[in-house]
Ligand binder design. Structure first.
Ligand SMILES: Nc1nc2c(ncn2[C@@H]2O[C@H](COP(=O)(O)OP(=O)(O)OP(=O)(O)O)[C@@H](O)[C@H]2O)c(=O)[nH]1
Ligand SMILES: [Mg+2]
Length: 387
């Protein structure tokens, strides 16, 4: 028997009312294209008649015990025989009649073809207002900014790809982050990504939605952020560091600095130094995270990560750290000698405003520290997302 050119993979969890229609539309597309195709339905422990209906409609049904959207798709891709793969949901929200357009682009050399609901037609009740105008555009914008993709609907579940490309991506997420992971890795690998506008239909009114706006939106955003240490840690860290350094240097060099007629003194100097310190701290988080990501094979190496892996080693850190410490000791020595000259060494200097400033500065620092540390620590929990 001739092996199929096209494999349509449908992850399926209790879709008995719609799965048949999805399969039929895919088969119609194969006939239209005059190509041999197969529909692989990955049943994820459905408790309804989905599997039996799918088999009767002519699909190859694969049972996969590990739950999750990504888990089902990974299995489906592994089972597929076609050179071109199409993925789409079994709830009849995506229109498989668009398959020929996807195949057309793949034949022209695209490696990943993304559907775009936002550029196509969305049925009146198909997408909640918040997803249409906030969730999807924001997540897509962040993806484009962080990973250099140029797409308009990162969450779209109707996609086409070559089998070769998808196997090279080493996709690991079992949950719905799978959809995001695919775009991140494809963009990083600089695959040829194309996009086509598609229709998006409403689900049946009695279907219980699996997607929870805030919980799932946040799950995607969190995944996008923690895999982008360059933007999450390194950039804010360097901004804080250089701002603190600049301000600190300015206050040190010039005796009288005023900002909007307010003279800047000791409290500002303390704040500037604290920012400098915190900037370094967050920048270091970025470096740890980049080394972690590449060592675990979570992300492809790029110029920055290669540079960091090359220069940031223990010996370099020890030399740099010792030099900074030495500088600190020298500055402390100078400070102590000046203090001894101008005051009684035993007298406590007690300026109330300075105390308050200290409290304020360190409360801010503590806040920043907690936010970035929790992001950093969440990297270690990434295993849960990947299993
Ligand atoms: N959520 C979820 N979907 C699964 C799973 N296994 C297979 N699927 C299928 O994956 C496809 C996408 O799931 P949907 O629940 O439609 O996800 P969605 O379109 O993001 O969200 P809503 O349609 O708004 O609930 C459907 O065909 C599901 O049947 C699973 O374990 N979890
Ligand atoms: Mg759906």
């Amino acid at each position: 028997m001739k092996t199929p050119d096209i494999s349509v993979v449908i992850p399926c969890l209790n879709e008995e009312k719609t799965i048949r229609q999805c399969i039929h539309k895919a088969q119609k597309a194969f006939r239209q294209l005059k190509k041999k195709g197969e529909v692989v339905v990955v049943d994820n422990g459905s408790t309804d008649r989905s599997a039996a209906i799918a088999a009767k409609a002519g699909a190859r049904v694969v049972h996969h015990a590990v739950r999750g959207y990504g888990s089902a798709l990974k299995r489906g891709f592994a089972e597929s025989k076609g050179r071109y793969l199409i993925m789409g949901d079994g709830d009849n929200t995506y229109d498989f009649s668009a398959i020929p357009q996807f195949i057309g682009l793949l034949e022209k050399g695209a490696e990943l073809v993304m559907g775009s609901r936002l550029r196509g037609n969305i049925d009146k009740h198909a997408m909640p207002w918040l997803h249409r105008w906030v969730g999807t555009p924001v997540l897509t914008a962040v993806m484009n900014l962080f990973y250099g993709s140029r797409i308009s609907d990162t969450n779209c579940g109707l996609r086409g790809m070559t089998k070769k490309a998808v196997h090279g991506l080493n996709l690991r997420c079992n949950g719905m982050e799978f959809a995001t992971e695919m775009v991140i890795k494809a963009a990083q690998k600089k695959l040829a990504i194309e996009e086509i506008p598609i229709d998006y239909h409403a689900t049946l009114p009695d279907r219980v939605p699996n997607l929870h706006t805030f919980r799932d939106g946040w799950r995607h955003l969190r995944f996008i952020l923690i895999l982008a240490p360059k933007y999450l840690f390194l950039t804010p860290g360097l901004v804080l560091f250089f701002f603190g350094l600049g301000l600190s240097a300015l206050l040190f060099i010039r005796n009288q600095v005023t900002f909007m007629q307010i003279p800047l003194g000791l409290s500002t100097a303390m704040f500037a130094n604290a920012l400098l310190f915190m900037g370094l701290q967050i920048g270091l988080f970025g470096i740890y995270a980049i080394i972690f990501n590449t060592s675990q094979g979570l992300l492809e190496e790029d110029r920055l990560s290669r540079w960091i892996n090359k220069y940031f080693n223990l010996e370099m850190g020890l030399v740099l750290g010792s030099l900074v410490l030495l500088l600190g000791f020298v500055l402390s020595g100078i400070t102590i000698s000046i203090l001894l000259e101008v005051s009684n060494a035993m007298a406590a200097i007690n300026i109330p405003v300075t105390k308050l400033a200290l409290l304020a500065v360190f409360t801010v620092l503590l806040g920043i520290q907690i936010v970035f540390s929790s992001f950093y620590l969440s990297l270690f929990n990434l295993k849960k997302t990947l299993e």
